[in-house]
Design a protein around this ligand. Structure first.
Ligand code: SF4
Ligand code: SF4
Length: 115
């Protein structure tokens, strides 16, 4: 049942991407308590203060280069999150060649990159 719902939603998303539709997709309308709760949780998760860099960082700058919202700057050879919130794509964490970026209490999860 859930997969059927997801298929419908995916079809809509694919159609909109193919049509190059643009909008403020980060904006959410909280019509009820559940949505409000999700919005608050999402806002909390998006805080870049959750990220940290381990000593294994080699200062390659890939994380800053790949961040889609330019939330990372390289300063003295280390990444610094310069925005309070980001999109939480986790591209920086998953693309780091040294696995030096961690989020929250995590330290040894896997890395994934879309081929
Ligand atoms: S991608 Fe990883 S190794 Fe490269 S600068 Fe960022 S944290 Fe450091
Ligand atoms: S999670 Fe994505 S948006 Fe956030 S800092 Fe990393 S690359 Fe940028």
């Amino acid at each position: 049942m859930q997969n059927e719902k997801a298929d419908v939603q995916l079809s809509t998303i694919i159609r909109r991407i193919k049509a190059w539709e643009t909008d403020n997709f980060m904006q959410r309308v909280p019509p009820d308590f559940t949505s409000l709760f999700h919005q608050m949780a999402y806002d909390s998760l998006r805080q870049t203060s959750h990220f940290r860099v381990e000593h294994t960082c080699i200062g390659c700058g890939l994380c800053a280069k790949k961040c889609p919202v330019h939330a990372i700057e390289m300063r003295r050879g280390r990444p610094v999150w310069v925005k309070e919130k980001c999109t939480m794509c986790l591209g920086c964490l998953h693309r780091c060649p040294k696995f030096a970026i961690q989020y929250g209490a995590s330290d040894r999860h896997g890395q994934y990159q879309h081929p």
